[in-house]
Design a protein around this ligand. Structure first.
Ligand code: ZN
Length: 420
């Protein structure tokens, strides 16, 4: 797939002016950080769709830096070593000018001025924290859900690397709220929210050269001719190779040992999918669980309701009636391709599993032609009543933003995939 992904930060950055002497002291300090990052996804290396722009990886610098702009049409091509084997050991070429239509490395794809990280070719796949830390943001980039990084997660790598944080952009699902501690496990599912033209993961490393200032940093380091141009910019930071050595940066990919799918209004398991509301259960008691039977849902039909602010009046529940074994399952929700402009941006799924309940937030609006969205891996015991539930409270608690969303909450199929 040849897709072009763009992240255009239309952010009115607050420009703080510091003394030049302070800047010079900072810019000459060499950071020496021991590698600590694992790949932000499961399994072996995947292709890039776009790479880090060393010329000016920050649109804020268009106004911040008086000596240059990010829109210069220069062509800088650098051949890089390829320790990550993205290009079968042939080396990679990094281009960091403003001409975004030119292929920037041998594996195909694009790069463009202002890009602050790496775009990994991950189509609705689990996104994994690249190092332990604390979630400092799990939200929408803007209240209208259409700009920048979309639904994104930011993790500050305290306590061991407090001057570094990683950002995971354009997600379709987030699994942790701000303030939560995470390890090397799934924090979301890739997607195409925000300013994006196709599902991928925007992965970005940020470093704080001064308190309160965070700047992008290339975790693949710099090996072009001369000094890293980004380092010489005001508050530019030193690029460093920060990936742990193989196999340390591998994340264990799941192996699936069979799927179990439960659709809405499933005729084979009539008691396993239940519609509910304050008035009772069943579609008769809960008339605002509308049925859409036009072939767009998984196995044809789907249900929807409208959000009810912060209170859950309506809910839908899938109880897995015959999971074959006790153990770990990847739980996925099917998002049907229907009424694309009126689907909710933040549907709360509650996964009730062996050790409690976990809530994730799924963007249904930006999913393309129907897709399975991973809700994470959980332990279930065979024959238990553990289930997945969706409510009409689209925005509650610490996730995403508090803006009321009037768009439709769709419910369709849930899939349990045995992993361990
Ligand atoms: Zn990107």
């Amino acid at each position: 797939m040849q897709s072009k992904f763009r992240l255009i930060n239309l952010v009115l950055a607050v420009i703080v002016l510091f003394e030049v002497s302070l800047f010079l002291q900072t810019s000459t300090a060499k950071a020496q950080t021991s590698p600590f990052l694992k790949r932000p996804y499961y399994g072996a290396a995947v292709n890039w769709n776009a790479v880090f722009d060393h010329h000016c990886p920050d649109y804020a610098d268009i106004s911040a830096n008086p000596t240059g702009t990010c829109s210069e049409q220069k062509t800088y091509l650098y051949t890089y070593p390829d320790p990550d084997q993205h290009l079968n050991g042939l080396g990679r070429i990094l281009k960091y000018d403003g001409q975004n239509a030119i292929s920037c490395f041998g594996g195909g794809g694009f790069c463009y001025s202002g890009h602050t990280g790496y775009d990994f070719d991950l189509v609705y796949r689990p996104v994994v924290a690249s190092a332990p830390g604390v979630v400092t943001a799990s939200q929408w980039w803007d209240p209208n859900h259409e700009m920048g990084y979309g639904l994104y997660v930011l993790i500050q790598h305290v306590p061991n690397y407090p001057t570094h944080r990683t950002l995971y952009g354009h997600l379709s699902m987030v699994r942790y709220a701000q303030g939560m501690q995470v390890g090397n496990w799934q924090i979301g599912t890739s997607g195409t929210t925000g300013n994006s033209t196709g599902p991928h993961l925007h992965f970005e490393l940020q470093y704080t050269p001064l308190p309160g200032i965070w700047r992008p940093k290339d975790m693949y380091g710099w090996s072009g001719n001369g000094t890293d141009p980004w380092q010489s910019w005001q508050f530019g930071v030193t690029s460093e190779w920060l990936w742990l050595p193989l196999p340390g940066r591998e994340q264990t990919p799941p192996t699936y040992y069979g799927d179990f799918v439960l659709d809405n209004d499933d005729a084979y398991y009539p008691n396993s999918f239940v519609l509910g509301c304050n008035a009772g259960v069943g579609a008769g008691n809960c008339p605002y669980w509308y049925l859409v039977n036009n072939g767009n849902g998984y196995w044809g039909d789907l249900r929807y309701t409208l959000p009810n602010g912060t209170t859950a009046d309506y809910w839908a529940r899938w109880t897995a009636p015959n999971l074959p074994n006790t153990g770990q399952y990847e739980v996925e929700a099917y998002i049907p391709y229907w009424d694309i402009n009126n689907r909710s941006h933040a549907v709360r799924y509650e996964i009730m599993y062996q050790y409690g309940t976990h809530t994730v937030v799924v963007d249904q609006h930006d999913v393309g032609n129907g897709a399975w969205i991973s809700l994470g891996r959980y332990n279930f015991s065979a024959g238990s009543i553990h289930h997945v539930r969706v409510t009409d409270a689209a925005y509650v608690g610490g996730y995403v933003d508090p803006q009321n969303d009037t768009k439709k909450i769709l419910v369709d199929a849930i899939r349990w995939r045995k992993t361990h």
